[in-house]
Write a protein that binds this ligand. Structure first.
Ligand code: PMP
Length: 385
């Protein structure tokens, strides 16, 4: 019996993906592997619907962030970071490490940045690109793309979307237009371990044509492994060699993408939206309050404040003993809230079980909890679509 890994990633890995992962390692130039690699890239292109190219490279989400930044913004150029929490903030030291001039707009944790503040900031300077974190994993806040894409693109800057906690759960169609044909997303990045449901190990970045052109215009980027120009021939023809691809991770990723596509993107996005609402509705029965107002709460994970008097460390370690793992909250919320992931291939029955275990644990710790009502509320909301 596997643990229920309900942290905000890595997420539960289904057996088909483990089977793929443990298949025999072929030569990275073997046509059988090349075919699988190619298929995984084609599916990734469909996921993001990019008019450019996708890059799937050994590494984690942070590497994907780095690839996105250094291939679009040259040292000395300006980047605006829009942050709804800890992972939004990560772009600041990252870009500074490459001599990029960084300015930042940070929201109070649990709130959205204000559109007017962004407009003013963009009007004040020549920003090459703007980063937005689709779902900030520290706060469970989902950025409002309908509002942000037009504001950013109107200024002429590139729109870089951190989709680590969103891709394959929330729509990130790069050719979708937000009110004007030129208002589109230029770069989306993610990792394998969240809503795609594959173990950690892959950095995934999609560049649109405008972002590829931005790379062409930079004479030399401060990276070698991270320079997409070195990877472009491989992504176009995975039989070519640049650096050895993680063969078994690509098997797993290909299977993960097949599962995503078999479900269908629109069904998958609707399922996640319903799941997020339902998990929060169930937890509210226990007096647990999501940090994000429901209108801006993420389909993929929730940061939830404890009711008065619940000891975080004890609560989470008791759940772990029962086979369910959730994450602590970060920074100033540490000890006051926990984070629960609800994405990827995690199932309805897992969350019913999770709500039961949470209720039982609260009772053991001397708090009140109506388990039946919480599970019923979850089920009702989940099936109201
Ligand atoms: N961005 C977001 C939104 C994330 O949630 C994470 C990881 N939790 C990262 C970036 C960094 O990814 P990784 O830990 O895979 O390097």
């Amino acid at each position: 019996n596997k643990e229920m890994l309900l942290i905000p990633g890595p997420t539960p890995v289904v057996d088909e993906i483990y089977d793929a992962l443990s298949s025999e390692t072929y030569a990275h130039t073997d046509p059988r592997f090349v075919k699988i690699f190619k298929n995984s890239l084609e599916q990734t292109k469909k996921l993001f619907n990019t008019d450019g190219e996708v890059f799937v490279i050994a590494g984690s989400g942070t590497l994907a962030m780095e690839i996105a930044i250094i291939n679009t913004v040259a040292p000395g150029e300006k980047l605006l970071v829009i942050s709804h929490g800890y992972f939004g903030d990560r772009f600041i030291p990252l870009a500074k490490a490459f001599g990029i001039q960084v300015e930042t707009i940070q929201a109070e944790w649990g709130e959205h940045v204000r559109k007017e503040v962004i407009e003013d900031k963009l009007a004040s300077g020549d920003f090459k690109a703007v980063t937005v974190t689709h779902v900030d994993t520290s706060t469970g806040i989902m950025a409002n793309l309908e509002e942000l894409v037009p504001v950013v693109k109107k200024s002429g800057a590139l729109f870089i979307l951190d989709g680590v906690c969103a891709a394959a759960a929330i729509d990130e169609d790069m050719q979708k237009t937000y009110g004007d044909p030129s208002y589109t997303i230029d770069v989306v990045l993610t990792g394998s371990q969240k809503a795609i449901g594959v173990p950690p190990g892959l950095a995934i970045v999609a560049f649109g044509s405008k972002a590829l052109a931005a790379r062409e215009a930079i004479p030399s980027v401060p990276g070698y492994y991270t320079d997409i120009k070195n990877w472009l021939p491989i992504m176009q023809d995975p039989g070519k060699y640049y650096a050895t691809p993680p063969v078994n991770m690509i098997y797993a990723f290909n299977k993960g993408m097949e599962i995503v596509m078999a479900e269908g993107l629109s069904e998958r996005y609707q399922r996640h939206a319903a799941l997020g609402k339902a998990v929060r509705a169930g937890l509210k029965v226990y007096g647990m309050k999501p940090l994000a107002p429901e209108a801006i709460a993420a389909p993929t994970l929730s940061c939830v404040l404890y009711p008065e008097g619940v000891n975080d460390a004890k609560f989470r370690s008791r759940l772990a003993e029962k086979g369910m793992v959730i994450a602590g909250a970060l920074a100033s919320l540490s000890g006051k809230a926990f984070r629960i992931g609800h994405m990827g291939n995690a199932t309805e029955s897992m969350f019913k079980k999770a709500l039961e275990l949470i209720g039982e644990t609260l009772k053991e710790m001397g708090h009140e909890a109506n388990v039946e009502e919480a599970v019923a509320e979850f089920t009702k909301v989940y099936h109201t679509r």
